[in-house]
Design a protein around this ligand. Sequence first.
Ligand code: ATP
Ligand code: MG
Ligand code: MG
Length: 346
Amino acid sequence: GATIGILGGGQLGRMIAMAAAQLGYSCHIYAPEEESVAAEVSARFTCAEWDDHAALSAFARDCAVVTYEFENVPVEAVNVIPSQLRAPGTRALEIAQDRLTEKRFVEELGGRPAPFAPVDDETGLADAVAQIGAPGILKTRRDGYDGKGQWRIASAQDAAALQLPGPGLIYEGLVKFEAEFSVILVRGLDGEVRFWDSAQNVHESGILATSSLPAASIAGEQVAEARKLAYRVAEALAYVGVLTLEFFATPDGPVFNEMAPRVHNSGHWTIEGAVTSQFENHVRAILGLPLGDTSTMWPTIQMTNLIGEIEGGINRLLSDTRNHVHLYGKSEARPGRKMGHVTKLG
Ligand code: ATP
Ligand code: MG
Ligand code: MG
C-alpha cells in the first residue's frame, strides 16, 4: 500500500502508524529528535531539522499523503510539502499555532472563548487585568502544551510582580467551569463528518489526567452546542482528518478553550472503547477511504494517563482484566512526561 508521511515523532504518531499498519499502510516519520517512539513502529524515519528543505522534499516524494501528530510544526516546513499531499491543510495549523488567532477565528464562527486580550509587555498586562479582571491566566500565544508557558494570576498585584518572558502573550479570564470536555470529530475528503462521544476531561497541573465516559450531565447537555461550533470550524477549514476542540462546561453554556488539528489525548479511549478509533478514522480520512463507525461500545470507560514513573509498576495495571495498557516505549520517565495510558472498560 501507499506510504503515509507523519510530521512529528511522538506517541500520537506511533498510534496513527499502528492503525495504518492494520489497514496495510506503512508510515514514514519526519522528526528532529533522534528518539522517536513513532519511528519505532514505522517503516521509515527521517531524523532532520524542520528547516532542512532538502530532507523535507525527499520525505514528501516518498509519501502519498502527509499529516501531523504535532501542531507546532513550523508552517515554513509544511509549505515545502506539496499542498495536495497535506491533510489537514496548512490553514488549520496556522490558526491552532497561535492562541490569539485561534480565539478570534472561533469567535467569528459564533464560538465563545474566555474573555481575552493580547499582551506584549508589563503595561499591556496591567491593562488586560484591568479590563478583564483577576483571577486569570497569562499564556504564551505559541508553542505551549501540557500547561507549559502559563502563569496563573490571582490579582493585579500578582500581575505587577510578574517577570514577563517576552512579547507574544495572551491574558485570559479564569473560567469557573463545572467540567471540561472535548469534541472530537473526523471529516472525510468528501466532507462527511462524524463525532465520537465527548469524554469528560480532568487535568492536573495543566496536564490531562483522565478522560471518562459518560461525561457528567452538565457537560453532556452542552455537547450538542459544542458540536455545532466544531462542525463550523471543520467546514470553514475544509478540514480533512481528526479535529479536536476543548471546552469548559459552565452554567452559561460551553466556553471554547482551544483546538488541536490532530488526534487528541482525550480520544485515546476510542482504541478499545469505540467501534473505530480516532487513529484509524484519521488514516481513513486522509486517504479518502470510507469512514468507520464512531459509536461507543461500553457503558462506562476511563482513560488514565501514565505520567512520569509508573506507580506500582505495570504488573499492577496488567493484573486488572478490565485494563488495556498502552506503553509508548519512551526510554526515560521524566516527571510530567506522558509514558503511556490505561483504558478501563466497563
Ligand atoms: P494541551 O496539552 O491540552 O494542549 P495547553 O498547554 O495548550 O494544553 P490549555 O488547554 O490552555 O493548555 O490549559 C490547560 C488546562 O488549564 C485546561 O484544560 C484547564 O484545565 C486549565 N485552563 C486553561 N485555561 C483556562 C481558563 N481560561 N480558565 C480556567 N481554566 C483554564
Ligand atoms: Mg494546547
Ligand atoms: Mg488543552
